[in-house]
Design a protein around this ligand. Structure first.
Ligand code: CAA
Length: 378
C-alpha cells in the first residue's frame, strides 16, 4: 500500500496547515475561555472544509476520504476542538444523509452542511445507554405524516450549535436494535430543547449538551432509511467516524511529540540539553514510534474507506491505538516539560486534557476491543 499523498492531497494538507497556524492558533485562548469557534467554521466553509467528501453536485469539495482524514489530522495538531467539531459534523452528522438519505433529503440538507451554514450533530447516547447503544429509550411514534419523539440524549457534541441533528429512537421496542429508526431533526423542531452544557476536563470551546424531546414533531419525510434500519445506520457511520477520531488523536500525539522535542532540545540541565540525557531521549523515541504506528493505522483505515472497502476492524484498531498514543504522548510531554508543563503557559497541559476523551467518545477503547475481537473471531 502506498502511504504517500497525491499532489491534490498534499495541497489540501498545506492549505489546512496554513489555516490552522494563521487562523486557529490565535483563536485558542478564546476557545479555552469557552467560546465556540463559529467564526472559524464559517471560514472553513469558505475553504471547502465543511464538506470535503460531499460530492460537488451537492455543493461539497468532492474530495477523497484520505484528504478528509488528513484535514482532521492537521487541524487537531493545533486544536483538537476544531478537529472534533469537523469530524462529528462530517462523519456522523453529514454522512448519514449522504449515504442513507433520499434525493429530497440530500438536496435539502447537504449543500447547507457542505457550506458550513448548517452544522451537524449525532444523537445516539442517552443517560443510561452509552456503550450499550442498542438499549436506548427515546421513542418515536408514527402519527401519519409525522412522528412524535419523546426522550432525551446526552453528551451531544456540537449540540446547541448544530442546525441538523441525526437522532436515533425506537419505533418498535419489542424488536430491540431492529426496532431503532433514524431521523433528521431540525434545530427548530417543536418540542426539541437544548439542556445543560457539560463542563468538561478538556476540549474547551467544543459544546457537549443534553437534548430533550418532549412530544417533538418530526415529519415522516425526515426519517432516514426505513423503520428499523437506524441501528445499522448508526453503526455504519460510527465505523467511518472512528477514523476521524483516530486522526484527531493522531494530531494530539504528534503535537505532543513536536512540543516535547523542541523543548528538550533547548532546555539545558546538568550542562547539556535534556534531549541528550538518555532518560529523555528514550521517551522521545517511544513517543515517535507510537505516533508513527498510529499514523500508519489511521491512514491504512482511511485508504480502505477511500476505496469503499470494509474498514470497521481497521477503524477500531486505528482509534484504539491512536487514542492510547495521544494519552501516552501527552503525559510524557508534560513530564518532559517538568514544572512548566503543568502550567497553562505551554500547550502540553491542554494536549493532556484533550487527549483522554479520544479513548471514550465514538466508542470507548473497550468497545473498540469488542468490535475488533468480533472481527478476529469471525
Ligand atoms: N455496520 C453495520 N451493521 C452493524 C455494524 C456495523 N459496523 N455493527 C453491528 N451491526 C448490526 C449487526 O450486524 C446486527 O445485525 P444482524 O443481526 O442483522 O447482523 C445489529 O447491528 C446488532 O449488532 P450487535 O448484536 O453487534 O449489537 P450490540 O447491541 O451487541 O452492540 C456494539 C454492538 C458494537 C457494542 C455497539 O453497541 C456500539 O458500537 N457501542 C458503542 C456506541 C458508540 O460508539 N457510541 C458513540 C456515540 S457517538 C459519539 O460519541 C459522537 C461524539 O460525540 C464524538
Amino acid at each position: 500500500m502506498d502511504l504517500r499523498f497525491t499532489e491534490e492531497q498534499q495541497m489540501m494538507r498545506n492549505m489546512v496547515r496554513n489555516f490552522a497556524k494563521t487562523e486557529i492558533e490565535p483563536f485558542i485562548p478564546r476557545m479555552e475561555a469557552g467560546e465556540f469557534p463559529r467564526e472559524l467554521l464559517h471560514k472553513m466553509g469558505e475553504l471547502g472544509l465543511m464538506g470535503i467528501t460531499v460530492p460537488t453536485e451537492y455543493g461539497g469539495a468532492g474530495m477523497d476520504f484520505v484528504s478528509y482524514i488528513s484535514a482532521i489530522h492537521e487541524l487537531s495538531k493545533v486544536s483538537a476542538v476544531v478537529g472534533v467539531i469537523l469530524s462529528v459534523h462530517t462523519s456522523v452528522g453529514t454522512n448519514p444523509i449522504l449515504y442513507f438519505g433520499n434525493e429530497e433529503q440530500k438536496d435539502r440538507y447537504l449543500p447547507k452542511m457542505a457550506s458550513g451554514e448548517y452544522l451537524g450533530a449525532f444523537c445516539l447516547t442517552e443517560a443510561s445507554s452509552g456503550s450499550d447503544a442498542g438499549s436506548l429509550k427515546t421513542r418515536a411514534v408514527n402519527r401519519g405524516d409525522h412522528y412524535v419523539l419523546n426522550g432525551s440524549k446526552m453528551f451531544i457534541t456540537n449540540g446547541g450549535e448544530a442546525e441538523v441533528y441525526i437522532v436515533f429512537a425506537s419505533t418498535d421496542s419489542s424488536k430491540g436494535t431492529y426496532g431503532i429508526s433514524a431521523f433528521i431533526v431540525d434545530k427548530d423542531a417543536p418540542g426539541l430543547s437544548i439542556g445543560k452544557d457539560e463542563q468538561k476536563m478538556g476540549l474547551h470551546g467544543s459544546r457537549t449538551v443534553e437534548l430533550s424531546f418532549d412530544n417533538c414533531r418530526v415529519p415522516v419525510a425526515n426519517r432516514l432509511g426505513e423503520e428499523g434500519e437506524g441501528f445499522k445506520i448508526a453503526m455504519a457511520n460510527l465505523d467511518v467516524g472512528r477514523i476521524g477520531i483516530a486522526a484527531q488523536a493522531l494530531g494530539i500525539a504528534e503535537a505532543s511529540l513536536e512540543a516535547a522535542t523542541g523543548y528538550a532540545q533547548q532546555r539545558v540541565q546538568f550542562g547539556k540539553p535534556i534531549a541528550e540525557q538518555q532518560g529523555v531521549g528514550f521517551k522521545l523515541a517511544d513517543m515517535a514510534t507510537a505516533a508513527e504506528a498510529a499514523r500508519l493505522l489511521v491512514y491504512r483505515a482511511a485508504q480502505l474507506r477511500a476505496e469503499e472497502l470494509p474498514c470497521g476492524k481497521e477503524a477500531s484498531m486505528a482509534k484504539l491505538f491512536a487514542s492510547q498514543a495521544a494519552v501516552d504522548n501527552s503525559i510524557e510531554a508534560v513530564q518532559i516539560f517538568g514544572g512548566y508543563g503543568y502550567t497553562e503557559e505551554y500547550p502540553v497541559e491542554r494536549f493532556f486534557r484533550d487527549a483522554k476523551v479520544t479513548q471514550i467518545y465514538e466508542g470507548t477503547s473497550e468497545i473498540q476491543r469488542i468490535v475488533i475481537s468480533k472481527h478476529v473471531l469471525k
